[in-house]
Design a protein around this ligand. Structure first.
Ligand SMILES: Cc1cc2nc3c(=O)[nH]c(=O)nc-3n(C[C@H](O)[C@H](O)[C@H](O)COP(=O)(O)O)c2cc1C
Length: 186
């Protein structure tokens, strides 16, 4: 099975990235992780983790965000899709502008040009016109915009339950079976 690429960029909400990573590993999904330098800082501030957390887990690999000479930077490398979670407005804007200044942005650009699944989970509030125009631009280019806006219908008991809601929606859009988030039954 082709891997999922998990980009973690410099927005608040590192828990969303960790939650999805943990659940991908638990599901036995091969996962290649790319962490931006601001995300490293936020992982430490919000969760007390370093990016080495993503090393040495079954099926997981950690890619260097500064190095482009890896298979994932090429359209010839097949993936199951990419998710950027959380996605900062800086990262999102650079992808919308086709800048590809680091590996996360390049791999996202590849997913757009190859018409592969790209799920972007932005977190910012409030939103400026520029943020919203960039989101519309990405959506029109084929990305799935999935803002970190968890629902409350499942009566979350804590932040993990809120993060699990977003993880469940990401799994659904990647086409990976999940039953950790109950579906609304009417
Ligand atoms: C502690 C901290 C929290 C941040 N939170 C957000 C955020 O929630 N959303 C956002 O769009 N940018 C946020 N930023 C700003 C981005 O990190 C900044 O725009 C950065 O250049 C994004 O680049 P990167 O995502 O490629 O790391 C935050 C920065 C810091 C230092």
């Amino acid at each position: 099975m082709n891997p999922v690429i998990l980009g973690i960029s410099g927005a608040s909400g590192a828990i969303y990235g960790k939650e999805i990573f943990d659940r991908l590993v638990a599901a036995g999904v091969e996962t290649q992780v790319i962490v931006t330098s601001t995300a490293e800082h936020i992982l430490h501030t919000e969760l007390g983790l370093s990016k080495e957390y993503f090393l040495n887990k079954p099926g997981a690999a950690l890619l260097d965000n500064a190095r482009f000479n890896v298979p994932a930077a090429s359209g010839s490398f097949l993936t199951r899709g990419m998710v950027i979670v959380p996605c900062s407005m800086g990262c999102l804007g650079r992808i919308a502008g086709g800048i590809s200044s680091d590996l996360v942005e390049r791999v996202a650009d590849v997913h757009l040009k190859e018409r592969r699944k790209l799920i972007v989970v932005p977190r910012e509030t409030p939103l400026s016109d520029i943020h919203m125009e960039n989101m519309l631009r990405l959506s029109r280019a084929g990305a799935i915009m999935m803002p970190a806006m968890p629902a409350f219908t499942h009566h979350p008991k804590g932040v993990e339950d809120l993060a699990a809601f977003i993880a469940g929606r990401v799994f659904d859009h990647l086409g990976i079976f999940q039953d950790f988030m109950p579906r609304y039954a009417g």
